[in-house]
Ligand binder design. Structure first.
Ligand SMILES: Cc1ncc(COP(=O)(O)O)c(C=O)c1O
Length: 413
């Protein structure tokens, strides 16, 4: 059993002059950055930077080519049929807001309804909640099964002629299980309803295949895939984008403009006003190349081995209470576990872990209603990345024991 990850040395944050003792177990919040990605961004910004899609000089044309080649790369990565179905955004949050405001909002009325699940990140809850509130429409919440995935039968019962969209996560950022997204798309499409999949937690843990999933919209953020923050993607199937009005208005999205009116260019550029985040796109492309070079088989195996170990080790601690008990079937093991420590506040645990250089997330993880459903205010979330090893999990277990001794046992004495 290897005690360190074969890829840890790719991440400069662990170097001797940075954080050599860091045990990073918060990849679901953001993945750390490999040197390859940082170098590519540095080189672009220092030696090749220009404004894309605007200048008539070579440097600008090169930047335009980087963006458009990047679109191609993302299309390949997602197995999307054409790159014209892909919009670069600032991240998952913006991508979902575009769909809510430009695809769904124009069709809203007081009889309409929108279906999400009870395990959504606030990014895939608030935009729908707000447009329902504005139109006095209904937001319907599909429940989960006892194993923590969306209950497809119950979801099906919520769909009717007035459902405008089903918006669900591919993988919950609190429970970590893979939802049956292809099946949900089929159910919804049978009734003529569009489906948005929030892929923020799915992209780093296996090949996402949009053609197989069959969704109408898919969203993700580069930083959940070892790329930079401030860059993300919206995939929209077929001609959805061409029927949608632009979201943010400004330079770079018009064919013709007068003081009275504007005629917009075609999508996807219609949804990319202002200046492109070229350096972010360069980082995203490099991250995809980096992961492809490692191979998705090796990535999935590494995370799944660690996940088995994490779940087993936590199960040995009787004072650790997972929000949901994990069924130890390796195929379905998540890359993250959310739990509570009996008698200790999640924030106290996270602070103590921090004092031992262990980074975990503590709180509601932007999924407050889900925590309310479990009858708790907060939890501790430990999530895995390429740089993690069995040793990190051993350190976590020792630190959790220490936290329990310090806070809970002392409290009882
Ligand atoms: C499932 C899920 N959806 C959406 C988001 C929001 O992503 P971003 O902050 O990159 O827009 C996150 C971030 O944690 C997430 O986990």
């Amino acid at each position: 059993m290897a005690t360190t990850s074969a890829w840890k040395h790719d991440f400069p944050i662990f170097s001797a002059n940075a954080h050599p003792k860091l045990c990073y177990l918060d990849s679901a919040a953001t993945c750390l950055t490999p040197k390859h990605v940082a170098d590519a961004m540095y080189h672009y910004q220092c030696y090749s930077h220009a404004n894309s899609h605007k200048g008539l000089y070579q440097l600008s044309a090169n930047a335009t080519e980087l963006v458009e080649k990047g679109r191609n790369k993302v299309a390949e990565f997602l197995n999307a049929p054409t790159q014209s179905e892909l919009v670069f955004t600032s991240g998952t949050t913006e991508s979902i807001n575009i769909v809510a405001n430009c695809f769904v909002a124009p069709k809203m009325n007081r009889d309409a309804n929108i279906v999400i699940s009870s395990a959504e990140h606030h990014a895939n809850l608030l935009p729908w909640q707000e447009i329902c509130r504005l139109h006095d429409a209904e937001l319907r919440i599909a429940p989960l099964t006892l194993s923590g995935i969306i209950d497809t039968k119950a979801l099906d019962l919520l769909l009717d002629n007035n459902t405008l969209i089903v918006a669900i996560s591919h993988v919950s950022n609190v429970l970590g299980f893979i939802n049956p997204v292809a099946e949900i798309c089929q159910l919804a499409h049978k009734k003529g309803i569009a489906v948005l999949i929030d892929g923020a937690q799915a992209v780093a843990h296996g090949n996402v295949n949009i053609a197989e999933i069959g969704c109408d919209f898919y969203t993700f953020s580069a930083h959940k895939l070892y790329g930079p923050t401030g860059c993300g993607v919206l995939y929209a199937k077929g001609d959805h984008l061409s029927h949608m009005p632009p979201y943010i208005l400004g330079g770079g999205i018009i064919n013709k403009v007068t003081f009275q009116e504007a005629e917009y260019i075609n999508s996807p550029l219609k949804f990319e006003p202002g200046s492109h985040n070229v350096v972010g796109i360069v980082g995203l492309v490099e991250a995809i190349d980096y992961l492809n070079d490692i191979s998705w088989f090796d990535i999935t195996r590494h995370i799944s081995d660690l996940s088995t170990y994490l779940v087993d080790k936590l199960a040995d601690l009787d004072f650790v209470k997972p929000l949901l008990k994990h069924n130890c079937n390796v195929q379905s093991l998540p890359s993250l576990v959310s739990f509570q420590l009996e008698g200790v506040h999640a924030h106290d645990v996270a602070s103590l872990l921090d004092s031992e250089n262990i980074a975990v997330r503590a709180g509601h993880h932007c999924a407050q209603p889900l925590h309310q459903m479990f009858g708790v205010h907060s939890s501790i979330r430990s999530s895995l990345g390429l740089y993690n090893s069995y040793q990190d999990i051993d350190r976590l277990v020792i630190a959790l024991n220490n936290a329990y001794q310090l806070f809970a046992i002392r409290e009882l004495e």
